[in-house]
Design a protein. Structure first.
Length: 156
């Protein structure tokens, strides 16, 4: 089941599970100490997307932010280890992207760049370091078609 809401409309359980997943993957698994609670979750226009399996386990999360001068920014895309390779991340991304007229930008970890390329994103700049992890800026235009070219990523 896929759901979306602004922060104030999320249940305490959904919010707790989302924050626990983000910390478990980004801070603990990837050993990246950074400001997980960056203030952007509460911005006007911020929409949180998450999915759960039939047993209620969280299978993915992402947030969509308004990006002034661009359109929207997708970020904090994450799936728990048990859901990786199942298509849960791609399904969640497609659901969120279907609501966005574009353009949409994101900063992809270099190792999962192909995941975003299969969803119609293209590299839009040079590799940069974010909190010790190589990232690349990516853009999906307003007419970016979702491409399904196979493969899977370890994170989404």
């Amino acid at each position: 089941m896929i759901r979306s809401a602004v922060l104030d409309e999320m249940s305490p359980r959904d919010l707790y599970d989302v924050l626990a997943l983000r910390v478990a993957v980004f801070v603990v698994e990837q050993e990246c100490a950074y400001a997980e609670l960056d203030g952007r979750d509460v911005e006007p226009g911020a929409v949180h997307w998450w999915s759960r399996d039939d047993d209620g386990a969280l299978t993915g999360y992402l947030r969509v932010l308004v990006e002034p001068g661009v359109g929207h920014r997708v970020g904090r895309v994450v799936t728990p280890p048990a859901a990786r390779g199942t298509g849960a991340g791609a399904t969640l991304m497609r659901a969120a992207l279907a609501t966005l007229p574009g353009p949409v930008v994101l900063g992809a970890q270099v190792r999962v760049r192909g995941f975003y390329e299969r969803l119609g994103f293209a590299v839009s700049g040079p590799v940069y370091d974010e909190d010790g992890i190589p990232h690349v800026p990516m853009l999906r235009g307003s007419t970016g078609a979702v491409q399904e070219q196979g493969g899977s990523s370890t994170m989404c």
